[in-house]
Design a protein around this ligand. Structure first.
Ligand SMILES: [Zn+2]
Length: 631
């Protein structure tokens, strides 16, 4: 769309959170795995942080949030103990996780601290049973390089992952604490990225360094990016939870669009001469207008004795339906806030009406009741008096902001690269020391030894793979960007299969199968290695690999040998192959004679169709030539 990103002063900072592959958690010996079954243990808590622990989190925001909210925690015994349940102090910091974090720091050229101090960072959403997250700074001042750019890394941290939210209804939040305490490294770049494309490339480059260590978890949910995005004259917006590296650039593009559109709306409001005094904070009870309504949502609320409150937004007519990014309008932004602050299901506004079985007559009566002029918009909510009033307050607050600025806020990423409002952006979180875990010295000799064991940096590895295995750059990039940069070399070394074949299978073949809905994650590294060994020894044809992976993925617990039997693969013995060729010649005698010189091609096609995956093409060629001569 030709946005001049430099011209609008785009600044992006990345915060990458990556789970380490450590077997144990950061402060206890529990397994770092997630469970799918029913929980063995559940317990209910309410949040009761003291004022001093709230730090810079707006107390009003906190009390609003915890109003009547209970939190149900789910656990099983393998993945949680008394530490996660906050019934026992944390154990010592996991040395294996610290080593991995230091390794990553050194690979990114950062300077490790002399002494690790564990700190507590207040968390108010219930995702930590303690009400805080344990975190520590491991190193400062590194850098990440791509071919075009060097971006400073401000700091690297090591921290515990939070519990994962399973459900949210009415006043109960359900969290599973299997994820709580899994070691995470946090890598924060300077806000020195200036285009969406650069943001994507830097994210990929960080991802490559992380994978190169061989010390990080793989798969969806194991890496999460937070982005800080701002443009000149816009607002600093934090976007949380981008799960795919490939999405980073899309999220940045969308946020830039959103901010540009919000600035356009501000200009429009200024043209319409909207002033501070135009914003009402008194709401009209319009329940009687909807006494007979056909709109199901409103009727259900009214039948429960709830009220319909409305507010006029002067000169906002038509602006609420302005699209800011796909599926996000100014009205959506207001609805998100109404949901957060007013605990309501959603809002209605006149820019989208009549609809939802709300009639034109009802809309007219509504406008009349709040004295709306044609250029105004009206927003209304059906809920308890308290919730509806809190919701409309939030709507008016958002409208006021629209006339002034792009609000500073925290948003959450969706899987399609769009975002939604999450909460106001807290000030810099105040940290206070974790007194239950003593500081840890990092000695120069320990670092010196660690330096000697560092894995190759991805750019160097790329050059080497191209040289040693004769692969082209595109294929090497694919291997390094896949989860299999280590398995690749192991497979080539052990199996004797061609490097190109191994690289193509581990990248393109698996991707294609995944696109077709095959759950390729179910095929273990060991299975893949075994497949390559079989190909290397000439026991199965390379054409059979995709079918075998497909079969193993579909049959839980199956081995490679089961797949060979089930698919009737395995190489045909020479005698059987000869028999097949003889039979086909016999059956197609006339056809082959007619084809004359082209008989070879015809017969090859017939044979390959019959033995696909069970014989090598070159040995079939040889045999077919030989047999045709004999006839
Ligand atoms: Zn534990």
């Amino acid at each position: 769309m030709g946005v001049d990103y430099e011209g609008i002063g785009l600044k992006v900072g990345l915060e990458v959170h990556q789970q380490l592959s450590s077997e144990k958690k950061l402060f206890c010996g529990c397994k770092t795995e997630l469970f799918k079954e029913q929980p063995e243990i559940t317990f209910l808590r309410r949040l009761r942080p003291t004022q001093s622990e709230l730090g810079q989190i707006d107390p009003a925001a906190f009390f609003e949030f915890q109003k009547g909210v209970k939190i149900l925690y789910e656990a099983n015994k393998e993945t949680a103990c008394l530490v996660e349940m906050d019934e026992e102090p944390p154990h010592d910091l996991n040395p294996n996780a610290l080593e991995a974090a230091l390794m990553i720091s050194l690979m990114l050229g950062a300077k490790p601290v002399d002494e690790i101090h564990i700190m507590r960072k207040t968390v108010i959403d219930g995702s930590n049973t303690t009400g805080f997250q344990r975190t520590c700074v491991v190193a400062f001042n590194g850098k990440i390089e791509t071919r075009e750019k060097i971006v400073p890394i401000q700091h690297l941290g090591l921290e515990e992952d939070a519990a994962r939210k399973m459900d949210e209804n009415d006043n109960v939040l359900t969290y599973r604490i299997d994820r709580l305490g899994i070691p995470l490294v946090e890598i924060a770049t300077a806000p020195a990225i200036h285009t969406p494309q650069e943001a994507g490339e830097i994210a990929l480059a960080v991802g490559r360094v992380l994978r190169a260590t061989g010390r990080v978890k793989r798969g969806l949910g194991t890496i999460r990016q937070d982005l800080n995005v701002s443009i000149r004259g816009g607002g600093l917006v934090e976007i949380k939870g981008v799960q795919e590296l490939e999405l980073v650039s899309v999220v940045v593009e969308n946020e830039v669009q959103r901010q540009l559109k919000l600035l356009e709306i501000r200009a429009e409001l200024s043209k319409r001469d909207v002033k501070e005094v135009d914003f009402q904070d008194e709401f009209s009870d319009v329940t009687r207008i909807f006494a007979e309504t056909k709109c199901k949502v409103i009727r259900a609320a009214v039948e429960k004795g709830r009220r319909v409150l409305a507010v006029r937004l002067s000169s906002f007519g038509g602006l609420l339906k302005r699209e800011l990014m796909p599926d996000v309008r100014l009205g959506t932004e207001m609805a998100d806030r109404a949901k957060f602050w007013g605990r309501v299901g959603g809002i209605f506004h006149t820019d989208e009406l009549p609809a939802y079985e709300i009639t034109l007559k009802e809309v007219d009566e509504l406008k009349c009741a709040v004295k709306a002029k044609p250029q105004d918009a009206v927003v209304f909510v059906a809920d308890t008096l308290e919730n509806a009033s809190d919701a409309l307050k939030a709507v008016v607050e958002r409208a006021k902001k629209a006339s002034k600025e792009v609000p500073t806020e925290t948003r959450a990423a969706r899987p399609d690269g769009t975002t939604h409002y999450m909460r106001p952006r807290p000030g810099a979180a105040r940290m206070y020391p974790e007194t239950d875990v003593p500081p840890i010295q990092i000695s120069p000799s320990y670092l010196q030894n660690l330096r000697k064991t560092l894995p190759e940096l991805p750019e160097k590895k790329m050059q080497r793979l191209m040289q040693v295995y004769g692969l082209n750059e595109k294929l090497v990039r694919q291997v390094l960007d896949s989860e299999f940069s280590q398995l690749f070399e192991e497979a080539v070394r052990e199996s004797g299969a061609s490097p190109t074949l191994v690289a193509v299978v581990l990248t393109e073949t698996l991707k294609a199968l995944k696109r077709d809905g095959v759950e390729v994650e179910r095929v273990s590294d060991g299975d893949l290695l075994e497949l390559f060994r079989l190909v290397g020894r000439g026991e199965i044809a390379k054409e059979a690999i995709a079918d075998m992976i497909n079969w193993i993925a579909e049959n839980e617990g199956a081995k490679v040998s089961d797949a060979i039997n089930a698919l009737g693969l395995g190489m045909l013995p020479q005698t059987e192959l000869e028999m097949i060729v003889d039979t086909l010649i016999e059956e197609n005698k006339r056809l082959l004679t007619e084809r004359g010189e082209k008989a070879f091609g015809t017969l090859m096609g017939l044979v390959m169709k019959k033995v696909r995956g069970r014989a090598k093409a070159d040995s079939v060629t040889k045999l077919v030539k030989q047999k045709l001569k004999g006839h």
